[in-house]
Design a protein. Structure first.
Length: 240
């Protein structure tokens, strides 16, 4: 008998957790992952090692803050719920304690546009949310403020959180944030990074807005993400 769609979705959450740890984005039981569903979202259980997690332990939650089953949801369920409630474009959420992002979160600094890829989170800086105790409504509120106009942020003295339309996209963004934080740490060890101007970042954001679109999909006024080369003519079509 083939697995149910629900089982497949639960396993996808687990697979994302395993990838998160295997790639060094997370360690132990820290961090958590969720996936939006038609009636709420699925989230990792509290305190269960990812390597031992089973689909039955993934916790269904509603946007009213209720949950089903015998396993408590992650202690950070509020952050996930509030992102889904506030950001309809969010299809999945990944929270990690990745090394460099967490280290910078302990400095409680907003990461400036030292590299154009800072725009990957949706703005000209990578914000750091104000500190609050883990698992609290205060932390979730601080996170939402830092995520205004953004799809990722640091969490002071804690880690980072990112969301995307899919699990793959959310995990990718969390990885990009960690890579940027590592680059920023290294750049500061060498010297003082040169910060891109507002105009330079505005140009980047305009291009990022159409990244992945084909020429036929662009609207009037859009800035193409790619300066396309001249397209070579194909072989002539034959009749018959």
């Amino acid at each position: 008998m083939p697995p149910s769609p629900s089982t497949d979705l639960r396993q996808a959450v687990i697979d994302t957790c395993l990838t998160m740890n295997a790639t060094g984005l997370n360690q132990g039981t820290s961090g958590n992952v969720s996936l939006r569903t038609d009636d709420g979202f699925l989230i990792t259980p509290s305190g269960v090692p990812y390597a031992q997690m089973t689909p039955e332990q993934i916790v269904p939650m509603g946007l009213d803050g209720t949950y089903e089953g015998d396993w408590l949801p992650s202690s950070e369920w509020r952050m996930h719920l509030d992102i889904y409630a506030a950001r309809p474009e969010a299809g999945a959420v990944v929270h990690t304690h990745s090394t460099h992002a967490t280290a910078l979160s302990c400095l409680r600094e907003e990461i400036p546009p030292f590299h154009y890829m800072i725009a990957v989170a949706g703005g000209t800086t990578l914000r750091c949310a104000d500190y609050a105790t883990f698992g609290t409504a205060e932390l979730s509120a601080a996170m939402l403020r830092a995520l205004e106009g953004r799809s990722a942020c640091l969490l002071a003295n804690h880690g980072t959180i990112a969301f995307g339309p899919t699990l793959d996209k959310a995990l990718w963004l969390a990885g990009e944030v960690e890579a940027l934080c590592k680059q920023y740490v290294v750049a500061r060890q060498i010297g003082t990074p040169t910060i891109l101007s507002q105009a330079e970042m505005d140009a980047v954001l305009a291009r990022f807005a159409t990244y992945g679109k084909q020429a036929k999909d662009l609207s009037e006024g859009d800035v193409a993400a790619v300066d396309a080369p001249r397209r070579r003519a194909g072989p002539p079509k034959t009749e018959g």
